[in-house]
Design a protein around this ligand. Structure first.
Ligand code: ZN
Ligand code: ZN
Length: 386
């Protein structure tokens, strides 16, 4: 990762020493006090999500308690609730998904200085890490081997067997993993920035997308539509690839300069060897070589969608043109803050359909059919009536 990337983050979260980490661990393990929060959980891979109560820890000195206002629905939520990632991350039931959280600070621990009651804040996919490994030192907590995911990771505080996510009325998170949400952004539409936003912002930044670059976005869903908005805001020439002609108008509205129907091979060929960067947000099986051949010399294509089966890559396409093929997960805490600040300055949010929590199962079914423009955001006030 280039050094400049680290210096760009305007909130550099301080890391802790080994000793501080051990003493924090010790105080955590002694800390057993908890309270009941309302939530929606799944009790098995086949049962729908339903109202329940879950334990949350009382504040430690480093913690921030957040009243959750909105939580976006990510595809990962559905995969996790249905145990579809069993081989890599078997689901522990009951499970509470949700890692696109925006809320208001209700209370802070005695050592918390950066946040106060009333602040509008966000929590993304991570709620903890060791703070001491080279990745954490570099502000790249998404690569920390000891990272704690917002839901489904072993709960080192011992409050519950695993961490519980944002389909809930409140959450308690270490201050190092809390983000500031600019006050001009609609909180419902800002929630998806915490996963879909950073997942697309980070690779666009890493691969140097700026004014004058030609950028392709493959797939116009929750991730893709954010990719279009960011690439356009960075000043690039943006081309959207889609299989559905019906999405053309929307792609242009979201900021694309051109839309290419990827099934039209003649149209594809016109762009051969011309892209500096392509962001591929398609999780279904597709021919990656078609896109590799559209890259210019030293061009890169990065996957943020994760197809279930391996993709065959024709290596000649990489060799000629010294092109590269990569993947990228979310982003670290400093970069996530940088992304939120950028969104505040440029007034960027996700396009959302706001739903009450009671419609979450229906929303999952619609998400499977890509029947959402472009992200569901759950209004957590609806949980009060449960
Ligand atoms: Zn996600
Ligand atoms: Zn680490």
């Amino acid at each position: 990762m280039p050094k400049s990337k680290l210096e760009r983050g305007n909130v550099r979260v301080s890391t802790v020493s080994d000793e501080q980490y051990r003493s924090r661990e010790a105080s955590h393990s002694e800390h057993r006090t908890r309270y009941e929060a309302k939530a929606y959980s799944a009790s098995s891979a086949t049962s729908p999500l339903a109202g329940t109560t879950i334990p949350r820890r009382e504040l430690t000195d480093q913690d921030v308690q957040i009243e959750i206002l909105f939580c976006g629905i990510c595809h990962s939520d559905l995969h996790y609730a249905r145990d579809e990632w069993h081989d890599v991350m078997p689901t522990v039931y009951p499970c509470v998904p949700g890692h696109e959280i925006v809320g208001r600070v209700r209370n802070v621990g005695s050592a918390v200085t950066r946040f106060k009651a009333g602040d509008v804040v966000g929590v993304g996919c991570l709620v903890d890490s060791d703070g001491t490994c080279p990745n954490c030192e570099a502000g790249l907590e998404q690569f920390c081997p000891k990272q704690v995911l917002t839901y489904g990771s072993p709960d080192k505080h011992g409050t519950a067997p695993v961490t519980y996510g944002g389909y809930s009325d409140s959450i308690v998170v270490d201050q190092r993993f809390i983000l500031r949400v600019p006050s001009n952004l609609d909180p419902a539409a800002a929630a998806p920035l915490l996963c879909a936003g950073i997942t697309t912002y980070s690779p666009l930044r890493h691969w140097g997308v700026t004014k004058g670059k030609k950028v392709g976005i493959v797939g116009l869903g929750g991730l893709g539509h954010m990719g279009v908005k960011f690439a356009r805001a960075f000043g690039a020439h943006v081309v959207v690839f889609t299989t559905s002609p019906s999405k053309k108008e929307d792609a242009l509205r979201l900021g694309a300069h051109e839309v290419v129907l990827s099934r039209n091979l003649d149209e594809m060929k016109k762009h051969a060897g011309s892209f500096d960067f392509i962001l591929d947000a398609v999780a279904a099986e597709h021919d990656i070589n078609l896109y590799i051949n559209l890259l210019a010399r030293d061009g890169n294509i990065t996957m943020v969608g994760a197809p279930e089966k391996p993709l065959p890559v024709a290596v000649f396409g990489l060799i000629f043109g010294r092109r590269s093929f990569s993947g990228s997960p979310i982003g670290g805490i400093p970069e996530t803050q940088e992304m939120l600040d950028f969104c505040g300055e440029h007034n960027i949010t996700a396009d959302v359909e706001v739903i009450p929590i009671q419609k979450v199962n229906e929303a999952y079914e619609r998400m499977v059919k890509s029947d959402v423009k472009y992200r569901f955001s759950i209004d957590m006030a609806s949980l009060k009536s449960e």
